[in-house]
Design a protein. Structure first.
Length: 104
């Protein structure tokens, strides 16, 4: 789900594997294998660069976009159940702390 959201945010420009990996909150040891599986499922598309063939851009497919849009409502419900009792200011603090942990 997180990779789908990251790629949706990137829009039609897409991202390379390293950029996807850098934006994940939890470290995925092998982003390439994850992207391989997602490509096999038809959730993403990859395209090699014309100037530098080592650079592969990953974008969200229509199927991937439909799936992430469908999941958004349920994820919002779960977040409300888990964090609905916490003040917004404290949630912002939590997000900032988690960002610091991720960036470490």
């Amino acid at each position: 789900y997180n990779v789908l959201r990251i790629l949706r945010g990137a829009g039609s420009a897409g991202l390379c594997r390293n950029e996807v990996g850098a934006r994940l909150v939890t470290a995925v040891p092998d982003v390439t294998r994850l992207l391989d599986r997602m490509e096999e499922m038809g959730l993403i598309a990859r395209e090699r660069g014309t100037k530098d063939r080592r650079y592969v851009t990953t974008t969200l497919s229509k199927k991937g976009l439909d799936l992430v849009n469908k999941l958004d409502a349920r994820v919002a419900e779960i977040h409300a159940e888990q964090f609905g009792h916490v003040e917004k200011g404290r949630l912002k603090t939590l997000v900032a702390i988690l960002g610091d942990v991720r960036d470490r």
